[in-house]
Ligand binder design. Structure first.
Ligand code: ACO
Length: 385
């Protein structure tokens, strides 16, 4: 037995749990690479399908490999009727992330061999999830507004098809570029809370659907993926751009956290946020609705103030979740759907980590230091007060 309290790394801060060749986050310099390719180059030259292929297979596809991958995805974007029924039933009552988790979990029913962990079968399950999660997110959005389900349009790419299935309108060039960029930037981010939770479940040799469902549960929290919805709620609460500075100053004085700022690893400007920032300014020029204009103006003023107050001095910079919300509003997406979109795009990262981890699986089982008493005498219930 330990006589001395061991060093405990709360929240696993600073602990390496594995080796990985999937992505590299350089928190000090605000850089991010997927499989060695800089996020800036991928955002400029690639697309979500190609990035997903890169993450899962570890290399960029040839034209034939890409076409085959895209074809598989397009073939699988539709949803089984039972899944649609459950989404419709839950839509008026449950949070979209709870529906996302339930509907994703249901997909195991349609897999004839869910426990097959061969590489080919694992990748096949990941492709199925990659194709269906955006459709689930879109169906949730439709049913929440009591609208009919829209069948996928195979002429569109995955992210554009998501917007189409959600709004019933084929996105224009700007919207298509923006939604695809969001999918690319949310695709992967090394072993953060949700990816780690996916790996914990995968390490028990549970199936890909179980691991993914775990990840969705973890991503929901406002300290992680849920920050995008929480950040937009704050921007909405600020209400008027002229109220921005007062609201934030008071929140900071009250020791409140400002959602969408700060990161466990980034101590510099989040490179993903940098890449979407110009879209905020461009959206302002594009004559947005009054509501969206206010959100964008508040976001830009809040960002400026927070950088002045906490950026250089404390290393608390805007993360992508702060800017994502106003941009999703530009696309007409309800804030409750922000984190489900995150799920749909993060599937490629989660999937690639499952593949990598199962190459060299080890059950995750950390230790905790017990601080309670031992050998407490048992008192029968009638003697307890
Ligand atoms: N607003 C104000 N102060 C903050 C913020 C913030 N957003 N984030 C951190 N701080 C302060 C803390 O109050 C603390 O101050 P103290 O030292 O005076 O007590 C200090 O910075 C350290 O903060 P911790 O929460 O201990 O740092 P940790 O590394 O655990 O936090 C986290 C990272 C959880 C992301 C944090 O910055 C936060 O809560 N941010 C808001 C939520 C958010 O945006 N999450 C999304 C992250 S990106 C993603 O997961 C997709």
């Amino acid at each position: 037995m330990l006589t001395q309290k061991p060093t405990i790394n709360y929240g696993l801060e600073g602990i390496y749990v594995d080796e990985s060749a999937i992505s590299k986050v350089d928190g000090q310099n605000g850089r991010l690479w997927y499989r060695g390719y800089s996020i800036e180059e991928l955002a400029d030259k690639s697309n979500f399908e190609e990035v997903s292929y890169l993450l899962i297979y570890g290399k960029l596809p040839t034209k034939t490999e890409f076409d085959e991958f895209v074809m598989k995805l397009k073939d699988r974007t539709g949803l089984p009727d039972e899944v649609k029924r459950v989404i419709r039933k839950m839509a008026p009552i449950a949070h979209p992330m709870d529906i996302m988790r339930t509907a994703t979990s249901m997909l195991v029913m349609y897999d004839k061999d869910p426990n097959n962990r061969d590489l080919e079968s694992t990748v096949d399950k990941i492709i199925t999830l990659l194709a269906k999660l955006p459709s689930i997110a879109a169906a949730i959005g439709r049913f929440r507004e009591k609208k009919r389900y829209i069948e996928p349009d195979s002429s569109l790419n995955l992210s554009e098809n998501f917007l189409y299935m959600l709004t019933g309108r084929r996105p224009n060039k700007f919207e298509g570029k923006l939604i695809d960029l969001m999918f690319i930037l949310h695709a992967e981010h090394s072993t953060n809370a949700s990816t780690f939770s996916v790996l914990v479940t995968a390490s028990t040799l549970a199936d890909v659907y179980a691991a993914t469902t775990t990840g969705i549960g973890t991503l929901k929290g406002p300290l992680h993926g849920g920050a995008d919805e929480a950040a937009l709620n704050m921007i909405k609460a600020i209400g008027d751009p002229d109220n921005t500075e007062k609201y934030i100053e008071e929140a900071l004085e009250g020791k409140q956290k400002i959602m969408g700022f700060g990161h466990r690893v980034y101590k510099a400007y989040d490179p993903r946020a940098k890449l979407v920032r110009s879209y905020l300014e461009e959206s302002l020029i594009k004559e947005p609705t009054d509501e969206v204009r206010r959100l964008l103006q508040i976001a830009l003023r809040a960002e400026k103030l927070m950088i002045e107050k906490l950026g250089k001095s404390k290393g608390i910079w805007p993360n992508i979740d702060f800017l994502a919300g106003p941009l999703y509003r530009v696309l007409g997406i309800d804030s409750k759907l922000f984190t489900p979109i995150f799920v749909a795009s993060r599937m490629s990262g989660w999937g690639s980590h499952i593949v990598e981890y199962w190459n060299n699986n080890k059950l995750v089982r950390p230790l905790e230091y017990y601080t309670g008493p031992l050998d407490v005498p048992y008192k029968p219930i009638e003697l307890r007060q």
